[in-house]
Design a protein around this ligand. Structure first.
Ligand SMILES: [Zn+2]
Ligand SMILES: [Zn+2]
Ligand SMILES: [Zn+2]
Length: 194
């Protein structure tokens, strides 16, 4: 397990989840040993591994990857990231609004401690999103996928009429697809209703 003191800016569970994903990729492509794209260090031990840069997708050792708001980037991509964050189609205010709304839905339905999933998704997707309309949808879909994949709650957010299926998000609403019914707008799920 990665140690928390190495990544004070990052919640432990996210580090663990991402490390598992990084390792899966490494194992999958393990015909040759992976090395840090900057310093060339061979990345065999878990504690050497930083992860993949969210922008260029290359792999780096832990010394050559910066993680801000749960999203890693390499030194070469730092300027590009700042530009996308500050001048892109999706503003910081948009990111904060979506994080707050999804964070509220997570908190109301599965409790505290999962808000960082929303932040990581929004901050990462902002870097690749050219229009505000699709941004919200993509972040919600991504958060829902993470909550399912990481077994936090495999039917999140559960439909109150049919607890075994999740609500799906489209056009600004959480919906029960079985009844074709709107349940709640983003950020308005309630415990027992989601
Ligand atoms: Zn390195
Ligand atoms: Zn990079
Ligand atoms: Zn339903």
């Amino acid at each position: 397990m990665p140690r928390r003191d190495k990544r004070p800016d990052r919640p432990l569970h996210l580090t663990a989840i991402c490390t598992v994903r990084v390792l899966e990729k490494l194992v999958w492509a393990s015909d040759r040993p992976s090395a840090c794209s900057e310093c060339g260090q061979t990345l065999q031990a878990l504690e050497d591994l930083g992860g993949f840069c969210a922008l260029c997708g290359q792999i780096f050792c832990r010394h050559h990857l910066v993680i801000r708001k749960g999203v890693p980037n390499c030194a070469a991509c730092e300027e590009l990231r700042r530009r996308k964050e500050n001048e892109g189609a999706v503003s910081q205010a948009d990111v904060e609004r979506v994080v707050r709304l999804i964070g509220n839905d997570l908190f109301q339905t599965i409790g505290a401690g999962h808000e960082s999933i929303a932040e990581e998704a929004a901050v990462r997707i902002q870097l690749f999103c050219d229009d505000l309309e699709s941004f919200e949808q993509r972040v919600v879909d991504d958060v829902q996928q993470s909550v399912h994949d990481d077994f936090v709650d495999t039917s999140w957010p559960a439909c109150e009429e049919h607890p075994n299926h999740p609500l799906w998000y489209s056009d600004g609403w959480w919906r029960c697809e079985l009844l074709g019914r709107r349940v709640a707008p983003l950020g308005r799920l309630r415990r027992g209703a989601g």
